[in-house]
Design a binder for this molecule. Structure first.
Ligand code: 6R9
Length: 671
């Protein structure tokens, strides 16, 4: 039986959430830091004067901090006996051992008990204004039906189900149905080719695939089932493909009596999901996340980085095929009993006002997007933003790439009307959730544009030099590592623990695992101790012995100070804003001058190629290593291209590069 809950309307305040997430707005006006109001499980800790002392405690007493959070925020079938048992030098990471729980119960049942009619999902479908709301009760029913269906069809605890679906309630129910019956899921972005999908199905050994008949994105129909058909032709282990219809109203499923699906009892360290991320060479890696630690970390970061409060509408526009969609469209918000948006469309469909029209219509309170989309929208001008009421927005988030100062400022000034904190959140598929972000911090603590700034609770970043020595001073740059384990980190690479150890715990400059987690990113630590991510380490350019991140040069090249309209550039690759007519030689000279002035002469591009677009992954990250290989003329070494959005972009760049080299050679031959 569902308990009645005050109002049967959307965004009802749930008593569960009220208990767990007591608002700390009242606290902000007070002088004294009210720990209990900010984080109830930290109430017993002595001597906390502000949020930074809580951060320090969480790092120096990680085990007790996380144990308290896990007890307080997760519902356990039986309690854990050991909070942590980790040895980074051996790639051994275990949290909350002995504990038993079910992730779907944590995301659904406990909220259904307190507030069944609260809206869990708002499915923002491709066509604006056709959104569909799904309550916690409805989502639990969908999940149970699907869980029963999977069980009836032979899917067992420990199996892995591949999900090839766009963001929609059935995709979320599929993920949670797997969690309910103890199967792992492997969500593959529903834009990947048949070949990329097949590779991931084979590596994960999935005998079941769930998909939809067709997808709809940006007004176009995408034949997802056909792609699955092609993929499974080369996957002999696939025994069944379940096909959902992209229905008008997913909650109007015919009522059957199997809406109860007994949740499997899972160990904390059982696998929750695999998620593939492309390696710089060779095969994509299937990163493995487990139950309790991942869920706790997603929930806590969602709550505190975005200052998510009960009743808020959280709008993460990432696809569920990425870790961002897993942690901040699905698991974090649902574990917190929140209302979360599933965005099916694109930032410019039907026009570049789409995001902000949606913010107005759905009354979104936290908006979380990617720099690549922000840069794109900035090009279309402020009028698309001004057209809509954005007064519900409280926090703006950015993820996926370094956000250049110009984009950050536009996001803050134009989108947020200068009143919403912008959180530039740094993290990875491997980290499970946000690790560095300007918030949480004291409410009026400064936020520096384009900087991720502050480590999250329990996170201890360190910078390392090229010899593997830890750099202790501030105002310094190095390889970003994390020196102690946290519950959200990936536990292994599926079927390849050795690759996991080699990739994340040892590096060429220190081949023996040292007890640090290597992120593969470079970072700068400012005088004040704030972190700024400078880009992937393999994107660091060594010019005359100076190491410099691509992000540093990009920030100059695309800044407001540039009187000519460049929209985005990668060292020597430059994309012009729309409808711009300039002499390329003039612009090259100007960009050289600017880089020389703002960074140093040695950083000047001596090779500038103008292109229409850059090779990007489908989540919008520029594939810089591909550019590097083109310049090195190593076309056989382009590596894994399965995540590439538009292969024609690479061909265009190869062609342009050839022409440019031809021109240079001619110039050199002229007397
Ligand atoms: C969440 C996600 C991870 C890589 C990461 C880094 C880059 C992510 C960033 C950022 C600068 C930020 N990255 N957030 N760089 N500033 N705020 O994107 O996961 O797809 O695994 O990518 O993305 O290079 O190492 P994933």
């Amino acid at each position: 039986m569902w308990l009645p809950c005050g109002r049967a309307s959307r965004r009802v305040v749930s008593s569960f959430s009220r208990r767990v997430f007591r608002s700390y707005f009242h606290v902000e006006g007070r002088r004294k830091f009210n720990v209990a109001a900010f984080m109830p499980e930290a109430a017993g800790i002595q001597g906390l004067s502000d949020r930074s002392t809580l951060q320090e405690f969480s790092v120096s007493n990680g085990e007790s901090f996380w144990a308290a959070a896990a007890r307080h925020r997760l519902s356990w079938i039986s309690p854990f006996h050991t909070a942590q048992d980790c040895d980074l030098s051996r790639g051994r990471i275990k949290w909350f051992e002995g504990g038993k729980l079910n992730v779907s119960v944590n995301c659904l049942d406990r909220h259904v008990h307190t507030c069944p009619e609260k809206v869990a999902l708002i499915w923002e479908r491709d066509e604006p204004g056709s959104e569909v709301e799904v309550t916690y009760r409805q989502l639990l029913e969908m999940t149970c039906r699907l869980g029963n269906l999977l069980r009836r069809r032979g899917v067992k605890k420990g199996d892995c189900v591949t999900i090839y679906m766009p963001p929609c309630p059935l995709a979320v129910a599929s993920m949670l149905a797997c969690a309910r019956i103890g199967a792992a899921h492997n969500v593959v972005f529903a834009g990947f080719s048949a070949e990329a999908l097949a590779e991931r199905i084979r590596d994960a050994h999935s005998s079941t695939v769930i998909t939809v008949n067709q997808g709809v994105r940006g007004g176009k129909v995408i034949e997802l089932k056909k792609t699955v058909d092609t993929a499974v032709d080369s996957c002999p282990m696939v025994q069944q493909v379940l096909v959902a219809m992209r229905t008008e109203n997913p909650v109007a499923m015919t009522a059957r009596d199997d809406v109860v699906c007994e949740p499997a009892v899972m160990d904390s360290e059982d696998v929750l999901f695999l998620l593939y991320t492309s390696g710089s060479t060779g095969k994509p890696k299937g990163l493995v996340h487990t139950q309790a630690g991942y869920l706790l970390y997603a929930a806590l970061t969602h709550r505190y980085v975005f200052s998510y409060h009960d009743g808020d509408v959280f709008g993460c526009v990432a696809d569920i095929g990425w870790i961002t969609g897993h942690s901040y469209s699905v698991y974090g918000p649902l574990a917190n009993g929140g209302t979360t948006v599933l965005f099916e469309s694109t930032p410019i469909y039907p026009d570049p006002g789409r995001y902000w029209e949606m913010v107005q219509r759905l009354k979104i309170n936290q908006f979380y997007g990617a720099p690549t989309a922000i840069r794109l929208l900035l090009k279309y001008g402020d009028q698309w933003v001004h057209k809509y009421d954005r007064s519900t927005l409280k926090t703006l988030g950015s993820v996926g790439e370094p956000i250049n100062t110009e984009a950050w400022e536009w996001y803050h000034r134009v989108v947020g009307d200068g009143r919403c904190p912008v959180v530039d959140t740094w993290w990875q598929t491997e980290t499970g959730g946000i690790c560095i972000s300007p918030r949480p911090s004291d409410p009026d603590a400064e936020i520096v544009p384009g900087m991720a700034m502050r480590p999250f609770f329990g996170i201890k970043p360190v910078l390392m030099d090229t010899e593997g020595k830890v750099l202790t001073s501030n105002n310094t740059s190095g390889a970003l590592c994390i020196s102690q384990p946290w519950p959200g980190m990936a536990r292994t690479i599926h079927n390849n623990h050795q690759r996991y150890i080699e990739t994340y715990f040892s590096k060429s400059f220190c081949p023996v695992p040292t007890g640090y987690f290597f992120t593969g990113d470079g970072a700068y630590r400012s005088k004040e101790g704030y972190y700024q991510i400078t880009g992937r380490l393999d994107d660091v350019i060594n010019v005359s012995g100076h190491r410099i991140g691509t992000a540093e040069i990009e920030d100059v090249v695309v800044s407001d100070d540039c009187p000519l309209p460049v929209s985005s550039g990668v060292y020597t690759f430059v994309v012009l804003k729309k409808d711009v007519d300039v002499q390329e030689t003039d612009l090259s000279r100007l960009l050289n001058d600017m880089v020389s002035k703002k960074i140093a002469k040695y950083a000047c591009p001596d090779f500038i190629q103008f292109v229409h677009r850059l090779p990007k992954t489908r989540s919008g990250k520029i594939m810089r290593r591909v550019l590097r290989k083109v310049v090195e003329r190593d076309l056989n070494g382009l590596g894994d291209l399965s995540t590439l959005d538009d292969p024609a972009a690479v061909q265009e760049i190869i062609q342009g590069h050839r022409e440019l080299r031809g021109q240079q050679q001619q110039q050199q031959q002229q007397p």
